[in-house]
Design a protein around this ligand. Structure first.
Ligand SMILES: [Zn+2]
Length: 65
């Protein structure tokens, strides 16, 4: 549907996931849930045009099976 890249998320807290942004060189924090998100980049990056798709942390993928 989109050209949004997929980023592996990791658990940050009970309520948040985080993804490493190679452009901002920082973590961006998102509410839990795999799927497409608007980029949280503070400046214009390749992600801001498309957003990105969060991939669930492995532990959560296993739990959901
Ligand atoms: Zn960013």
């Amino acid at each position: 549907m989109t050209d949004a890249p997929e980023l592996q998320a990791e658990r940050s807290s009970a309520l948040q996931w985080r993804v490493w942004c190679r452009y901002c060189r920082a973590f961006h924090y998102h509410g839990i849930g795999a799927g497409h998100r608007a980029a949280h980049c503070a400046t214009t990056t390749p992600y801001t045009a498309t957003g990105y798709t969060l991939i669930a942390p492995k532990a959560d993928q296993e739990r959901s099976l």
